[in-house]
Each structure stands twice: as structure tokens, then as C-alpha cells.
Design a protein around this ligand. Structure first.
Ligand code: PLP
Length: 385
């Protein structure tokens, strides 16, 4: 039971202020609610942040990944290498175009695709790699880019969790043929729902623009050059995105502050493994995920999540392995043990409350409760032996 004096702390919360609300009202006072100046402005701003020439606004990160797969020419019979440790959309986009997701295990430190294992998974049918920055951490992306280049594969960067981050002075979103950002409300910046494809490739950008707008090619509204989709981002969403980008430095500084406080407080905890950041990494901090060490058994993580929730602490089991999701098991015949590193990590990770407006006393309270619950879990297990 949550003590009445303590309000619960959500897992995530969007950072919406007066400027976002005003921006929405301004758009509503115009006759242009879709395909107008706001999306163009938002596209330019996102492309600039990713160091790319083009931005193509779409209705979600998932829509962006699907359009990118189509634009990359991925077809039935093709194989696309991807990580099992992600949100399902990064693998679903491969299925949407009838291709086969080939899961390749992760690096236990970066939690991203292990470049050597990804290289070993290449077959004559492999056409592309969808690489994800798990929890926004771009570590390993340069090595994956090299694997793609060496083997003439198309690299699509699923950057849905990494907006505003940098690795070795390269912005998240600057790797491979194209990258896709997501702007769901738990992300660094949000548009409510929304996403953005960014690329330097002119023809890829033209194709994505057509795909997101029902396959239209030019000015004639009822002429469709190809099979397309309605993946447009409306002016209202785009206006929220512009207002969020105007506050990006402030939002990211706050996320760094919260992450730093968690790090300082939990680095001395002997039961937890904290996020590993390579030297050259500037995280934009999507979530704060900790890992239980070997003193715990896999089932303990879910007990801990239940107990945290019972005390009003929002938390999540980011991420269950994608290859073991019921529909993926059915489709691809995967079983426990196929991706041992991912499965080991996924059984021990837990996402703690994390958002830019989180106060220092909220972080302290999460850590107090977490420490208590970790102790209690280990003590109760000792009692069972
Ligand atoms: C790695 C990753 N890829 C894709 C997506 C899909 O983005 P959206 O929810 O905007 O469709 C998400 C969203 O959570 C994600 O985390």
C-alpha cells in the first residue's frame, strides 16, 4: 500500500509547458491543420540536429521504420539483421515488408548489437541491418556501420530512443542510409505521437515523402505513383515538436541532472549494474535502466517490479526479448537459449522512473525504496534455503 503522504512517481512524464500549449492554439487558429509550414520547420530542425540533409515527418516511429524499409527496397525473401533487445517495432518493420528478421545477440555492456555476431549472421540473402540504440545509448554504432559498409548492406538506424545524443562527435541519427526518431510521450521530446526519418540521400528522401503521403509524387492530389500510406504528421503535432526543440537544451540538461543523481546515489549499491557509457558518449537519456547482478535469480526482477509498484514507484521490464514474443516464436521458431546474452540481460533489467521534471527528492525516494526492496528480496530468498 502507498502511504497516504506519498504520491506515486510515474515511470515517465512528458515535459509540456506554456510554449507547447500556445503553439497548438496558434495552429488551431489557422486554416492549415495538415501539410503546412509547421511540419517543414520541424523537419528542418530535426535534420539539423541529426546532421542530415533531409527530414521527413511521419505519424510515428513505427511508421517511419516501415517507410524506411520500403524505401530501402527490402522485399519478401530478404533477410535483415537486427537486435532482439528492443521495442518490437524495430523488428516488426522487417515483417511489414515480408522480409525475415534475423536476430543477432547483443553485447553485454552496450546492450546493442554485437558487431562480430552481426557480421557472422550475414548470408547471401542479407540486405540490411536495423540497428537500435537501446535506451538511447549509441555505443557500437560506428562498428555496426563498418560491418554494413564492408558487406554492402543498407544500415537503418532505429534512433527512436536517442534523439539529441552524440557518439564520437556524431549525432544520433547520422548513421547509415537513414535514421528514424520517435516522439511518443515517454521520449526525450514528444509530439504526442510522431516520428521523423532523416537521411542525406536525396532519392531516399523523395521516396519516403511519397510513401508517407499515399504514394503521391507531385502536385496532383489524386494521382498516386506507388502504393503508399497515410503516415503524415499533422501541423498540431509538428508545432508541439518545434516548441519542444526550442527547449531541447533545457530538457536534455534536466534529463542529465536526473541521470547523474541516480548514478551518484546507486553507484555504491552492491547489487546493481548501472548503464555503461563509453568515453565518447553524450547520452540524451531516454530512460534510466539498472541491472540486477548475479546475486539475484531471474524471477527476482519481477518480484522487485511488483514491490516497487506497490510502493507507488512506476517501473518497467525493459525489454523482454523480441525473439521470444509469442508471435515471433510462432513465425520464426525461436526458443529460449537462442540469444543467451539478450535473455540473460532482459531477465535482470528494470527501468526506474525517469523524466526531465523529476525532482531530487523523487529520485531519493525511488532509491530509498529500491534499496529496501533489493535487501528484502535477497533476505527472503536466503530464508527459503
Ligand atoms: C527502439 C524503438 N523503435 C521503435 C519505436 C516505435 O516508435 P513509435 O511508438 O513512435 O511508433 C520505439 C518506441 O517506443 C522504440 O523504442
Amino acid at each position: 500500500m502507498i502511504p497516504p503522504s506519498m504520491s506515486s512517481i510515474p515511470l515517465s512524464q512528458p515535459d509540456i509547458g506554456r510554449s507547447e500549449i500556445d503553439a497548438v492554439i496558434d495552429v488551431l487558429n489557422t486554416p492549415t491543420l495538415s501539410i503546412g509550414p509547421k511540419i517543414e520547420e520541424f523537419e528542418h530542425a530535426c535534420a539539423k540536429i541529426a546532421g542530415r540533409r533531409h527530414g521527413i515527418g511521419v505519424s510515428s516511429g513505427t511508421a517511419g521504420l516501415h517507410a524506411a524499409m520500403v524505401a530501402a527496397g527490402i522485399k519478401p525473401g530478404d533477410e535483415v539483421i537486427t537486435t532482439p533487445f528492443s521495442f518490437v517495432a524495430s523488428a516488426n518493420c522487417i515483417l511489414y515488408v515480408g522480409a525475415k528478421p534475423v536476430f543477432s545477440d547483443i553485447d553485454p555492456q552496450t546492450l546493442n548489437l554485437d558487431p562480430d555476431k552481426a557480421a557472422a549472421a550475414i548470408t547471401p540473402r542479407t540486405k540490411a541491418i536495423v540497428a537500435v540504440e537501446a535506451f538511447g545509448n549509441p555505443a557500437g554504432m560506428i562498428e555496426i556501420e563498418q560491418v554494413a559498409q564492408k558487406n554492402e548492406l543498407i544500415l537503418i538506424e532505429d534512433a527512436c530512443e536517442g534523439f539529441g545524443g552524440l557518439f564520437a562527435s556524431r549525432p544520433v541519427g547520422s548513421f547509415g542510409r537513414a535514421a528514424v526518431f520517435g516522439f511518443y510521450p515517454n521520449k526525450q521530446i514528444t509530439t504526442g505521437e510522431g516520428g521523423m526519418i532523416v537521411t542525406d540521400d536525396d532519392s531516399f528522401a523523395i521516396l519516403c515523402r511519397s510513401l508517407r503521403n499515399q504514394g503521391r509524387d507531385g502536385m496532383n492530389w489524386l494521382s498516386h505513383a506507388r502504393l503508399g500510406y497515410n503516415y503524415r504528421l499533422c501541423e498540431i503535432n509538428a508545432a508541439i515538436g518545434i516548441a519542444q526543440i526550442a527547449r531541447l537544451d533545457e530538457i536534455l540538461a534536466n534529463r542529465r541532472r536526473v541521470a547523474h543523481q541516480y548514478m551518484q546515489r546507486l553507484m555504491i549499491n552492491r547489487y546493481l549494474i548501472l548503464p555503461t557509457l563509453l568515453d565518447d558518449t553524450h547520452m540524451s537519456w531516454f530512460v534510466f535502466v539498472v541491472r540486477l547482478n548475479d546475486l539475484f535469480e531471474p524471477g527476482d526482477r519481477d518480484t522487485i517490479l511488483r514491490e516497487l509498484r506497490a510502493e507507488g514507484i512506476g517501473c518497467g521490464n525493459y525489454f523482454p526479448p523480441i525473439h521470444l514474443q509469442p508471435y515471433m516464436e510462432q513465425l520464426l521458431g525461436h526458443k529460449i537459449g537462442d540469444m543467451p546474452v539478450c535473455e540473460y540481460v532482459a531477465a535482470r533489467t528494470l527501468a526506474l522512473p525517469f523524466f526531465s521534471q523529476m525532482t531530487s527528492s523523487q529520485v531519493d525516494r525511488v532509491c530509498d525504496v529500491l534499496e529496501k526492496v533489493l535487501d528484502r528480496t535477497l533476505i527472503s530468498r536466503k530464508g527459503r534455503f
